[in-house]
Write a protein that binds this ligand. Structure first.
Ligand code: NAG
Ligand code: NAG
Length: 147
């Protein structure tokens, strides 16, 4: 076979392999992150982005890097005490200021998010329920959030 024919044939072969894997109708499957560091990243983002004039998040030091250390943080509950996997984030009446940080998406396994009665403002991210697919309880009341 001449080299001139080989390249087009190779391209056809590649196309034939690639096409069935990516039909236009197939939705991309969201890859669920499995790294426990995610929840640490979530809480770091929350701590960094909220203004906390009453220092209610002072226990959130991140000094202890052991698995499960974040479970002792004020307002944080975990699926299992030795696993850094948040099941509930309950910061009602903490006097927090700021917008909802996108870092919340790294707390993707949480079932409860209660940020009621704070001074949060800005839009409620439309993707919030995509970020937190296991969410059962959501309370954002008593803030100045907009749609
Ligand atoms: C760090 O966190 C782990 C898990 O919660 C706990 O068992 C350990 O006592 C903590 N260490 C310190 C120095 O606080
Ligand atoms: C809201 O939180 C403030 C403290 O930040 C507290 O004084 C007040 O009683 C709370 N209100 C409700 C309805 O929980």
């Amino acid at each position: 076979m001449s080299p001139g024919l080989l390249l087009p044939l190779l391209l056809l072969l590649l196309l034939a392999i690639a096409l069935p894997l990516t039909p236009a109708t197939m939705q991309p499957v969201p890859a669920l992150p499995v790294v426990q560091e995610d929840d640490v990243r979530c809480l770091r983002g929350v701590k960094r982005h909220f203004r906390d004039p009453n220092a209610r998040l002072s226990s959130w030091t991140f000094a202890n890097t052991s698995a499960g250390a974040i479970c002792d943080f004020s307002g944080v509950s975990c699926w299992h005490p030795q696993e850094s996997r948040v099941i509930a984030l309950e910061l009602s009446g903490y006097g927090l200021h700021g917008a909802l940080p996108s870092h919340l998406k790294y707390c993707w396994a949480t079932t409860t998010l209660d940020l009621s009665n704070n001074s949060l403002e800005g839009p409620i991210p439309p993707a919030l329920c995509d970020w937190l697919p296991y969410l059962v309880t959501l309370d954002l009341s008593g803030n100045r959030l907009s749609n």
